[in-house]
Design a protein around this ligand. Structure first.
Ligand SMILES: [Zn+2]
Length: 81
């Protein structure tokens, strides 16, 4: 069995009391704000699914798309000072 980064292993109980390792695709994870760590309200998609989307649908159309809206406001106020 090859170790694949895009797969995850799940142990399942099968009949007869034996455990079987099932291999499933990894679920995409939440995108986090890198300042406060809040979950960003964004579609959870894998890399290949994101590439199919137009660029405008991959991220919000505002400054600092990698931050949550609260941190973006703070950051803008800091830069103005
Ligand atoms: Zn934040």
């Amino acid at each position: 069995m090859r170790n694949n980064k895009s797969q995850r292993k799940i142990c399942r109980k099968a009949s007869g009391g034996r455990t079987v390792v099932h291999i499933k695709k990894k679920k995409p994870e939440h995108v986090l704000c890198y300042v406060c760590g809040a979950k960003l309200n964004r579609a959870k998609l894998t890399g290949s699914q994101i590439k199919k989307l137009p660029k405008t649908k991959r991220r919000p159309q505002r400054p600092y798309p990698e931050l949550c809206s609260k941190c973006m406001r703070k950051k803008i106020k800091e830069t103005v000072k």
